[in-house]
Structure formats: structure tokens, C-alpha cells
Design a protein around this ligand. Structure first.
Ligand code: EPZ
Length: 422
């Protein structure tokens, strides 16, 4: 149980390289199940979620190795146990997206229901609805989803919208299952996230026939077989967004390398509106703040709207704005575990249902705080960089799920973070 000790305030400067995307890597690791043989995920980030996904694939019978250069080799020649165990899936919800590929390849699959999550209710009803539409027989028993399709899956027109709009991993599951189904599948209200477009790109490289990339309507012509991939995923736009906020909250100046502004227009728009400079630069951008932070109203939405995975980080930033701001969380209405912790650091936040009213304060003050989930913990690190004094953050393992050794990236930029084992 590592903790962070973070001295503030600091002003960040220098350049940082963004990693490959966690949320593109995980479904693409699942896609390897669709094609017996050796697939390679190039330059995969060193994150605990990636290790847990590798463990999940090994349990199915896959052979996983990692090269020194960071490539992960996934040999799916043998899948003898199409079962996603509770002990693994409970640690990483994305494990659910092996369900579609296993069903398509093995015509049977058993995957643990993901269970509770700190960011709120996260049902998988839409995943199951979509797979049933493709002809799967599905029942839930002892906390496990059992799915059967002895004669294979059959293409269908499927509306995949839900109460909060599209579902990212739900789209991934149905998309992957449909690649080996008989006939044509049309997914309406598909997620348009860049991570889904990246998955489609990879699947088409494996021999799939998918059109409508990046749009809410995907058409999949089922094929007989797919072949293994060698693939490098897109840069991590959420990691990039987190470092953009780091530059802004410390009134610093950072060059971000390996980041695609084109995937980040909603966050860049908001940053510029509050007075932060974001300029394109070769293979990335320059982010700097030289003026006081202006207020803003933010509503999270599915892509291309403002990403819920940057809501907490942006709240930490707006807590230092000159005046009142509002954040409305429309994707995970209960995703506010960071609010009480930021208030412990002298922020002035008031939660009203899915809305937080942010009354800007002159400064944040260091305090002992507790990380609760991946992005909330990133927000606490950012707040600590700007806060007066030494902040201690417990349960740092949350941040290791999505940021590779974040202190080793931030300290060369001027941060003062120590990781301590407790
Ligand atoms: C993905 O989760 C991401 N995870 C999340 O990032 C991200 O917050 C989320 O998309 C939204 O952008 C990965 O890619 C591994 P959803 P996912 O299904 O697919 C409801 C991070 O920090 N819903 O798009 O699980 C759901 O409850 C993580 O990296 C249903 O009602 O999210 C939510 O309110 C956290 N029924 C909304 O849809 C369903 O069957 C969107 O969830 C599925 C979802």
C-alpha cells in the first residue's frame, strides 16, 4: 500500500511523452482471442490494469510474454478454459470485454459479473442485450454470466443506446462478437470514442469488414476467420489531458509529446476558455498558463463531448478559478468521491445530485487525503502540486492502474513527489 508525499506549490516546466492508451489497449488485448495465433501489442504501457488483463488471458489458456521494448506477445492458439474468473474481473471491470470474443470463437463463455465500482452503478445489461440480439443464449448464475451460441452468432440490426447514451465497452463487446457472425450486423448508437475507432482499425487489419469508423453507426460484415495482429495503439488522451491540467494548475509550461489534439477537442476548448494556452507542436502540443484561471461550466458526455475521465482533474483546476463554476456529471452521475477529499484541501465544493458547484478559492492547503478510484486520485495529485505544504495521498495503487510511475514523469518537470511503502 504505497503512499505519495507531495510538496507544493510547484511550477511545472519541460517536456513529457504520453504513453499508449490504456483504454484502447484493453479491448484490443481482448480482440486477440478472435484470431488463434501470436498477436503483438506494441509499446504497451506498464500499468496494473494491463498486467491484470494479461492474467485474465492466461487463465483462458493464452501464453503471454513481454519484450524489453514493452511489446506484449499474446499467443491465443489454445483457449481451453473460456472462463473469466471473479478474482480477476472484480479487480478490473474491462475484463467484461472478453465475453463477446470468447462467444464468437468458442461459442461458449462464462465471465464473472464485474461487481461494484467507486465511480457508481455500472451495469452490463446493454452488453447482454446486444449479444442476445446476435443469437446468444445468456443466463446469470452465482455471479457469473453464461453465454452459449452452439451454432455461432448471426448478424442483426442492434440499437445499443442506453440511459446515459452509448456504452464504450458494450460497443467493443458487440463489435468483436459480430466480426465472426454470419451475415451483416448494424450497430446504431455505437460509442464514437477514439479508443473504439482504434479497435475497429485493428480488427480491420486482422481481416474484419467494418465500416462507419468514428460514427455512431457501425456496419460489420461477418467473416469466416481473422488473423493475429501486430498493432500499436493510439496515445492516451486521458493521460495527456491530465498533464495539460498539471501545467494549468501550476501556472507552468509543458510540452506534451505523442499526443493527438484531434482526439481532445472538448478538453482543449475548455482549457482555452479559462485562459490556458494550448498550441499544437510537432507530434503534440505546448500547454501554458500565465493568467488567473477563469470560471467555466462543464457537462460530461460521451465522445466527442467532455470526457468523464477528466472531470475530477478539471474540478481540481476550477477550484482555483476566480469565481463560481459548475460541473455536471452526465455519464456516471455518482462519480464524485474526490469532492470530499478536495474540500479537505480547502477547496469549496458543494455537491447537489449529479452537479457540483465550485466556488473558487485563492489557494489550496495540503492535507492527508485518500485515493478512491483512478481519476479521482489523479485529481488529488494535481491539487497537491498546487497546494501549500506537504500532502499525503493513500491508496496510490489506484493511480498505478492508469498512469505509469506518474511521480517519475512529474518530478523531472519540477514536482516534489516521493512514493513511500507503508
Ligand atoms: C469506459 O468504461 C472506460 N473504461 C471508462 O474509463 C470511461 O469512464 C467510460 O468508458 C466512459 O467514457 C475503459 O475503456 C476500460 P460505459 P465503460 O459503458 O465502457 C451505463 C477510466 O478511468 N451503462 O461507456 O464501462 C454506465 O453505467 C475508466 O479509465 C449501462 O447502463 O463505460 C454509464 O453510466 C473509468 N448499461 C454509461 O452507460 C451497460 O450495459 C457509460 O458507461 C453499460 C453501460
Amino acid at each position: 500500500m504505497d503512499i505519495f508525499r507531495i510538496k507544493g506549490p510547484v511550477r511545472l516546466s519541460g517536456s513529457v511523452t504520453i504513453n499508449s492508451s490504456k483504454n484502447a489497449s484493453l479491448p484490443i488485448m481482448a480482440a486477440s482471442i478472435l484470431a488463434p495465433g501470436k498477436s503483438t501489442l506494441q509499446l504497451a504501457p506498464y500499468l496494473s490494469d494491463i498486467s491484470v488483463f494479461s492474467e485474465l488471458l492466461s487463465q483462458l489458456g493464452c501464453q503471454i510474454t513481454r519484450n524489453n521494448n514493452g511489446d506484449i506477445n499474446i499467443d491465443t492458439s489454445v483457449i481451453d478454459t473460456p472462463v473469466g474468473e471473479y478474482e480477476v474481473v472484480r479487480r478490473m471491470r474491462a475484463g467484461i470485454c472478453i465475453l463477446g470474443p470468447l462467444l464468437a470463437r468458442c461459442r461458449t463463455a462464462q465471465v464473472s459479473m464485474p461487481g461494484g465500482c467507486a465511480i457508481g452503478d455500472r451495469p452490463v445489461d446493454i452488453h447482454l442485450r446486444g449479444l442476445r440480439e446476435l443469437g446468444a443464449k445468456i443466463h446469470i448464475e452465482n455471479g457469473y454470466i453464461t453465454a452459449e451460441a452452439p451454432h455461432g452468432l448471426t448478424g442483426k440490426e442492434i440499437f445499443l443506446g442506453g440511459p446515459f447514451g452509448s456504452t464504450v465497452l458494450g460497443t467493443a463487446n458487440i463489435l468483436m462478437a459480430a466480426t465472426l457472425a454470419k451475415g451483416k450486423t448494424l450497430i446504431e448508437s455505437a460509442a464514437c470514442e477514439p479508443e473504439i475507432a482504434d479497435l475497429v482499425n485493428c480488427l480491420n487489419k486482422m481481416g474484419a469488414k467494418i465500416t462507419g469508423i468514428g460514427s455512431p453507426r457501425l456496419t460489420i460484415e461477418g467473416v469466416q476467420e481473422l488473423h493475429p495482429f501486430t498493432y500499436k495503439v493510439i496515445p492516451d488522451r486521458i493521460e495527456a489531458g491530465t498533464f495539460m491540467v498539471a501545467a494549468a494548475i501550476t501556472a507552468g509550461e509543458l510540452q506534451l509529446k505523442n499526443c493527438r489534439l484531434n482526439d481532445m477537442m472538448a478538453i482543449v476548448d475548455k482549457l482555452r476558455n479559462i485562459g490556458v494556452i494550448v498550441e499544437p507542436a510537432n507530434n503534440g502540443c505546448i500547454v501554458a498558463r500565465k493568467k488567473p484561471i477563469k470560471t467555466s461550466d462543464v457537462t460530461t458526455q460521451p465522445y466527442p463531448g467532455f470526457p468523464t475521465d477528466l472531470q475530477a482533474q478539471f474540478m481540481a483546476l476550477l477550484s482555483l478559478a476566480e469565481g463560481n463554476s459548475i460541473i455536471i456529471e452526465k455519464v456516471f452521475p455518482d462519480r464524485f468521491m474526490h469532492v470530499a477529499e478536495l474540500n479537505r484541501m480547502a477547496a469549496n465544493l458543494r455537491k447537489e445530485g449529479p452537479t457540483v458547484i465550485i466556488s473558487g478559492v485563492k489557494k489550496l492547503i495540503a492535507a492527508p487525503v485518500m485515493a478512491s478510484d483512478l481519476r479521482a486520485s489523479a485529481a488529488l495529485v494535481l491539487a497537491a502540486l498546487a497546494a501549500e505544504g506537504t500532502t499525503t495521498i493513500q491508496r496510490v495503487y489506484h493511480i498505478d492502474r492508469g498512469y505509469e510511475k506518474i511521480e517519475e514523469k512529474l518530478n523531472p518537470l519540477g514536482a516534489k513527489i516521493t512514493r513511500e511503502k507503508t
